[in-house]
Design a binder for this molecule. Structure first.
Ligand code: F6P
Length: 538
């Protein structure tokens, strides 16, 4: 048996042992548990003590990470080597947020000077828009940005804007992703074309949804302002010549390199709409927070390394305990898009069934992720979380100080975050419920049916991440934490976290179906698909 197979066997054995005990009991058995499983990294306080692992299990997980080569892989990634083998690319998003004057290399080519120059160009452009020095085609200052993009060209900027936007922004940023015409209609409603900048964001500048929406936004500008409207088009793309052919003035095309993966791209010029809406200083702070997490990830020993430990906690649930789903619940309305962002980050990165050599993986890979803001979700899916037949581990993210609003409401919010984590782990024993019902004089027959329904099994794990404030630095650190933990898991599973071949088939079939819906010759389909197409053509 190889060393790696042996490490996997130890993890699986640890998972079997974990099934036979309760998380809450580990605190008495391991007096230093809380201290050993709590850490602070780049301004984030992370508590992994409500996870199902014992300290010995953690050692087995760390051994697996070491044996799988996490440290060497991390070194290769930061050195700009090809870690995305199927596309022959580095994955160097860390270079985008490094302090100016850094010396990152992508496949041996220096990239930091180019990145610094792009950051300065974005800042100058944003400041000119924000100050009113740069105006629209009719001489009006800009009041709104419409950001057109999808997937990685949407989720990150949308989340950052939502998390950090002022309550009454001088420049409003709206996002259009879906090709559903309702999305565009809603985004444009109420906006003055003469005061609106359209920022089209697409790495490839070929994505069907984005190109359709970009054309619609361009038509909206042109029909109000005439041909001069194109001066209000901006493009962000790794294919700048295609963006220019679309009509974007050359000096309003912002490039980025192909080693920036879509779901890792918010730190690049893909974040331009946020730079305009929030100001360059805020964006630089976001980058600095992510850079602090990069530094921690690169330098902290594995046993005290936040992305490594968070990744291993998720992996222990996935591979040790067979839990295929995880919830992400930020107790912060401004982070309500976090689960959506993580769905792409984790599921597009690690939703793979073959390894980087094309062989079937030996172990289950990415968890499915879902979630939304607490407390809202307590009134949606928390019934199942507490009493359903599946155990769904949860990441709870809480923010100590409110950015705005009533401090008392903020305290209620925090109380709920803490209480839910406690309730999930501790539960409520049936005997206790029986005793309480009996004390209230409930008839014995009723106690028999009510007590099982009103008791809670508990032993449901959570990771708790606490931010003192939702400031740009901590938001950057939080997103970088999840990026790196996704990388760590991908290395242990032996997969390429930076490609996404699984999105291609649906895209190409959609083109064929579109052709048929628009009158093209009927293709070969299964009976169900053929019937749907026929129905829509009738
Ligand atoms: O969802 C598939 C995908 O290729 C993502 O990886 C990417 O973020 C998104 O489409 C958008 O791609 P583009 O930025 O090229 O328009």
């Amino acid at each position: 048996m190889s060393a790696l197979d042996a490490a996997w066997s130890r993890l699986e054995a640890a998972g079997s042992a974990a099934r036979a005990r309760r998380i809450a009991d580990l605190f008495a058995a391991e007096p230093d548990r809380l201290a050993r499983l709590s850490l602070t990294a780049a301004g984030l306080d992370i508590d992994l003590s409500k996870q199902p692992w014992s300290l010995d299990d953690l050692a087995a997980c760390l051994d697996l990470a070491r044996t799988a080569g996490v440290e060497a892989a991390r070194g290769r990634q930061f050195a700009g080597e090809v870690v995305n083998a199927s596309e022959g690319r580095a994955a160097l998003h860390m270079a985008l947020r490094a302090p100016s004057g850094s010396a990152f290399m992508a496949q041996g080519e220096p990239v930091s000077a180019e990145i610094d120059a792009m950051r300065q160009r974005m800042a100058a452009f944003a400041l000119a828009i924000r100050s009113g020095a740069r105006k629209g085609a009719t001489g009006q200052p800009f009041r709104a940005v419409v950001h057109v993009g999808i997937g990685g060209s949407d989720f990150g900027p949308r989340l950052v804007w939502d998390a950090l936007k002022p309550l009454d922004p001088a420049i409003e940023v709206r996002f259009v992703a879906n090709v559903d015409p309702a999305d565009m209609a809603q985004a444009l409603t109420g906006l003055d074309p003469a005061a609106t900048l359209v920022v089209v964001v697409s790495k490839t500048f070929t994505t069907q949804e984005t190109m359709t929406n970009a054309a619609a936004a361009r038509d909206w500008l042109r029909s109000a302002l005439g041909p001069a409207a194109d001066a209000q088009l901006v493009a962000v793309s790794a294919a700048p010549e295609v963006a220019q052919a679309f009509g974007v003035p050359a000096d309003q095309v912002f490039g980025f390199r192909d080693w920036v993966g879509g779901r890792y791209s918010v730190w690049s010029s893909v974040g331009l709409s946020c730079v305009i809406g929030l100001g360059p200083e805020v964006f630089e702070r976001l980058l600095a927070g992510a850079a602090a997490m990069d530094d921690h990830f690169q330098t902290a020993p594995l046993a005290a390394n936040a992305p490594v430990l968070l990744g291993l906690a998720h992996l222990f649930n996935r591979n040790g305990l067979g839990r295929p789903v995880r919830a992400v619940v930020p107790y912060a309305q401004r982070l309500h898009l976090l689960a959506t962002f993580l769905q792409q980050l984790e599921m597009e990165s690690n939703g793979k069934r073959v390894d980087a050599q094309g062989r079937p993986v030996a172990h289950a890979t990415a968890q499915a992720v879902f979630g939304d803001a607490g407390t809202n979700v307590q009134h949606a899916f928390f019934q199942l979380m507490h009493q359903g037949t599946e155990v769904i581990p949860t990441d709870i993210i809480a923010v100590r100080e409110a950015a705005e609003g009533d401090p008392y409401a903020q305290t209620i919010l925090l109380a709920n975050a803490i209480a839910q984590a406690e309730a999930l782990m501790v539960g409520r024993a049936e005997a206790e419920v029986r005793a309480e019902l009996a004390a209230r004089g409930t008839p014995a027959a009723e106690i028999g049916t009510l007590a099982p329904q009103r008791s809670f099994p508990g032993d449901r794990p959570s990771a708790f991440i606490l931010l003192d404030r939702l400031d740009p630095e901590r938001l950057g650190a939080l997103l970088a934490l999840y990026e790196h933990k996704t990388f760590v898991e991908g290395i242990i599973w032996g997969i390429n976290s930076f490609d996404q071949w699984g999105v291609e088939l649906g895209k190409s079939l959609a083109s064929r179906v579109l052709d048929e819906l628009r009158g093209g010759a009927a293709g070969t389909h299964d009976p169900s698909t053929a019937a749907l197409i026929a129905r829509l053509k009738s």
